[in-house]
Design a protein around this ligand. Sequence first.
Ligand SMILES: Cc1cc2nc3c(=O)[nH]c(=O)nc-3n(C[C@H](O)[C@H](O)[C@H](O)COP(=O)(O)O)c2cc1C
Length: 352
Amino acid sequence: MKLNIKNKTAEYPIIQGGMGVGISLGILSGAVAREGAMGTISMVNIGYREDDFYTNALEANIRGFKTEFALGRKIAKGKGLIGVNIMVAANQYEELVKEAVKEKVDYIISGAGLPLNLPKLVEDEEILISPIVSSLKALKLINKVWLKKYNRLPDFVVLEGSGAGGHLGFKKEEIEKGKSLEKLTREILKYLKAIKNQEGKDIPLFVAGSVYDGYDLKKYRELGATGIQIGTRFIGTYECDADIKYKEFIIASKEKDLTIIDSPAGLPGRIIRNNLLEKIKKSRIPSNRCINCLRTCDPKNTPFCISDALINSVKGNIDNGLIFAGSKLDKITEIVTVKSIIKEIIKEYSEK
Ligand SMILES: Cc1cc2nc3c(=O)[nH]c(=O)nc-3n(C[C@H](O)[C@H](O)[C@H](O)COP(=O)(O)O)c2cc1C
C-alpha cells in the first residue's frame, strides 16, 4: 500500500486533513507523519498565538508556521510526509504559499476556492501540489488552466464529498440530495484514468468527507482511488493541537447536533450547534479587531467574525466558538492516540 508520488514516499496513503484555526498544527501533523502517513498543518491564521497577531497578522502567521512546521518535522523523525493546507479564500494566500515553498514542505493542498495560480507560486516541482475539489467540473477547470498557463497537472487530487467537516464545496440543497461520494469518486477516477499525468501515470486520488476507517479505505481503493483524507476523527486524539475542551465537545456531541451554516468564507459549513449559533441568530457579532483574513468576507456586514469564532474554539471557549465537524461524529467516543487510529485503519484494511 506504500505511497510513491515523484520523489516522495509514505508508508500509508492516508492524509490527515488540514484543520484550521490551530486544530492541526505541528504536534498532530508530526504524529501522523511519524506513523507513516501524511500529516497536514492548516495555515489559516496559524500565528494566532503570536503576540503581534492582531497588529501584524502576516508576520505572525509566517512565524507561527515556521515554528509549527519545524515541530512537526522533529516529531515525525523523518517518517511519513508533512504538508500544508492553504485556503484559496485567505487574503494572505500567495504569501503563505511562498513561505511553505521556502520551508520545503512535502506537499501543498489547496481548497475553499479554485487554486488556479498554485503552480505559478510553486515552481519547485519536488513539492507536490493538490487541489481539493468537490466536482468533476471544478477539477476539469483547474486542469485546463494549469496545463495551459503552467504546463503542469496536479501531483494528486483530494475529492471532498458533502459529508465532510468544515467548509463544503456544494450548494446547500446539494448537501442533502447531491450525488453519493461513491458516484463522484467513480466519475473523477474515470476522468483521471483517461487523462493520465505528464509521465503517463494515473494521478492519485484521495477521497474525503465522512471517510473514517479501514473499510472505507478498502472500498475507495477497490474503486481505483489511492487513499483517503480524514479530518474530524483526528480531533479525538491526544495529539490534536486544540484545547482539551474542544476535543471533549467533539466526543460529547452526536450527529443529530450537526447543522449547516452560511460561512463568511462564502461557502456552507458543517458545524456542531452551540451557544454561538443561537447568539448569531439573534444579532450580528462583528469583530472589533478585524485582520481582514478572508477575501470573501465583508467585515461591515458579516453576521459574525469567523476568525474570532474559530480562535475562541481552538482555545477552548466553546460557547463563543465555531465548531466545525464531519458527519461521522457518533463514532468518536473517546480520546485516543494517533498511533492507534492508523493501526486500526490498517488492521481493518487488511481483513479478508
Ligand atoms: C475543525 C475542522 C477544520 C477544518 N479546516 C479546514 C481548513 O482550514 N482547510 C481545508 O481545506 N479544510 C478544512 N477542513 C476539512 C478537512 O481538512 C477534511 O477534508 C474534512 O474534515 C474531511 O471530512 P471528515 O471530517 O468527515 O473526515 C476542516 C475540517 C474540520 C473538521
